[in-house]
Design a protein around this ligand. Structure first.
Ligand SMILES: *[C@@H]1O[C@H](CO)[C@@H](O)[C@H](O)[C@H]1NC(C)=O
Ligand SMILES: *[C@@H]1O[C@H](CO)[C@@H](O)[C@H](O)[C@H]1NC(C)=O
Length: 319
């Protein structure tokens, strides 16, 4: 990266010329643009999720069926996809915190509602039936893969139990915090299935201790907060839920204050490099950078650094 400094200086020069040459700041918004802005800052409503703009550019997604221990029913599997696809496009949101309402994070799949789904899948013969079941499973996998596809960092804040489906959910998040009373359980073997929506693929890449991962997955034993922290599943443990939520929101605010081009590019490339060898990851990064290095955010960051400002004092345009 020897050329980087020179390139950056060139960029700085060119950009500052550009900024002076195009005085666009004074443009007024048309009523339609204003309407769109108001609309985009409104928060959608869901049956199983509660969305709230808790801080500037930070969304709080709450699993919101406390009376059912946030069990994952038919609506939940659909709404997660809708919700995170929207967040991906929402330039008013730069970071997300996901938590559970009520006594615990989630009790996992809602067996009452979901138990019969795969039994009911039709098909004229075994092959067709199997084909249709496969399609359903792929659909359910998407419910958590959307967390990874969403370029905005997602922080899971876990209290009480995080069971079965919950483990699939949190392993697709970027950062995990929990309370000291939290516990984790890869529950699927206890209901006679191999976990099929992501935890077996993602957990071994989060916890380096494979003997531990295998033990958890084969036995469905509970893992308590201290072991979750020492094994690297969570990065911080808090006294209670209130303290955890406060810190999770602070962390989200901190992330949201940085250049969204930098942060979201970082997430995309971290996820990519988890799934590819280093040489491929570097090639991807270079291709990514050949467009993203042209961002105005670098100029703004460099200028701010020269003026000894912190990232929070810079206004990056939204993404
Ligand atoms: C793996 O996990 C077990 C159980 O938590 C722990 O006792 C052991 O020290 C861990 N090993 C490594 C190498 O981290
Ligand atoms: C990509 O750009 C970032 C700065 O945005 C820099 O830190 C990184 O080294 C660059 N990577 C490559 C492979 O050029």
């Amino acid at each position: 990266m020897a050329g980087a400094g020179v390139a950056l200086k060139g960029l700085l020069l060119r950009k500052s010329l550009l900024v002076c040459a195009v005085p666009c700041r004074g443009l007024r918004m048309t009523p339609i643009q204003q309407q769109q802005q108001e609309k985009s800052s409104a928060v959608d409503t869901y049956e199983t999720l509660k969305l709230e703009r808790v801080r500037d550019k930070v969304l709080h997604v709450e699993l919101n069926r406390p009376e059912k221990r946030n069990a994952m029913n038919v609506a939940f599997w659909r709404e997660m996809v809708e919700c995170f696809n929207k967040i991906s496009q929402d330039s008013e949101c730069h970071a997300v915190v996901i938590s559970g309402a009520g006594k615990l994070f989630t009790s996992g799949i809602d067996l009452m509602e979901m138990g019969s789904i795969f039994v009911m899948v039709g098909g004229d013969d075994t092959a067709r039936k199997a084909w249709n079941i496969r399609r359903k499973i792929r659909e359910y996998q998407e419910t958590f893969t959307v967390l990874e596809k969403c370029p905005k960092p997602v922080i899971a804040a876990i209290h009480g139990g995080c069971i079965g489906g919950g483990m699939n959910l949190i392993s697709a998040c970027d950062i995990r915090y929990c309370t000291q009373d939290a516990w984790f359980q890869v529950k699927e073997v206890d209901i006679g299935i191999a976990a099929d929506v992501g935890v077996l693929q993602r957990l071994p890449r989060i916890i380096g201790n494979h003997s531990l991962v295998n033990e958890l997955a084969f036995t469905a034993r509970k893992m308590m907060a201290p072991e979750a922290e020492s094994s690297g599943l969570v990065s911080r443990v808090f006294q209670d839920k209130e303290a955890m939520m406060e810190s999770a929101f602070d962390l989200a605010v901190e992330i949201a204050s940085k250049s969204p081009v930098a942060v979201q590019g970082t997430k995309v490339n971290l996820v990519y490099s988890r799934d590819h060898p280093v040489p491929e990851g570097l090639k991807y990064m270079a291709t990514w950078n050949m467009s993203m290095l042209q961002t105005e955010d670098i100029v703004k960051s460099a200028q701010a650094a020269m003026e000894k400002k912190t990232p929070k004092q810079i206004t990056y345009s939204k993404l």
